[in-house]
Design a protein around this ligand. Structure first.
Ligand code: GRF
Length: 224
């Protein structure tokens, strides 16, 4: 199988990056090759982790705000710098692993496929559309839900709302702290992300539409 070159974008700890890299190493994820890891934060541990594995790791700083500049313009200038840093690695997909920035249309459109979706995958620590945004495990814990979960989805123009590729739920009714929920959740993430990337990266999937216009992704021939 020809491996799909991906660039990982991450802002922090990098445990999902490590899980993906390990899955490639162990032959569980056979469709991917990590060309580089990019972070918007210089101190992100993920950069060190990538370097240790011999994977190019780059920091792309957020540019200083110019007088009168709107958030949207700053985001676009940062994404332009991101694109400049990404291009030499010629990835087919971007794999987001705890990347904490919203993307501008500039970056999204650079990864648009002929079928209309963007070749950008994200993992979110909840059963979307529940608990979008940040601290989702804590949100789930505080809400008192019995079941939490993880979602892998393609990225679109809205936050945490692109076509869903895979979800996995887990019981949290025995958890006494949000940290316990996160610990269980991360173990689920580390297994679900590589397993889902394996088929998503080959693009051998159908993009289906439900009443109301919402899109979702499923492996070809899965019968969904
Ligand atoms: C994970 O919970 C992931 O689902 C979310 O951000 C967190 C990143 O953790 N998007 P790590 O940096 O991969 O350890």
């Amino acid at each position: 199988m020809k491996r799909v070159p991906v660039v990982v974008l991450a802002s922090g700890r990098g445990s999902n990056f490590e899980a993906v890299a390990r899955a490639i190493d162990e032959g569980v994820l056979r469709s991917a090759q990590i060309a580089a890891v990019l972070s918007d934060r210089a101190e992100a541990p993920v950069l060190e982790k990538a370097k240790r594995l011999g994977i190019p790791a780059l920091h792309v700083p957020l540019p200083a705000t110019q007088t009168g500049e709107k958030k949207k313009q700053l985001r676009e200038r940062h994404d332009r710098a991101m694109l400049d840093a990404i291009r030499p690695f010629a990835p087919r997909f971007l794999v987001l692993a705890g990347y904490m920035r919203m993307m501008s249309p500039l970056l999204l459109e650079a990864f648009k496929s002929e079928r209309g979706y963007h070749r950008i995958v994200n993992i979110h620590p909840s059963l979307l559309p529940s608990f979008p945004g940040i601290h989702s495990y804590a949100q789930a814990f505080r809400h008192g839900v019995h079941v939490a979960g993880v979602t892998v989805h393609l990225v679109n123009h809205e936050m945490d709302s692109g076509p869903i590729c895979a979800q996995k739920a887990f019981a949290i009714d025995q958890c006494e702290t949000a940290d316990e929920v996160e610990k269980l959740g991360l173990a689920v993430e580390h297994e679900l992300y590589p397993r889902t990337l394996q088929w998503v990266l080959t693009e051998d999937f159908d993009l289906k539409e439900r009443e109301g216009g919402r899109l979702f992704v499923c492996p070809r021939g899965s019968g969904r």
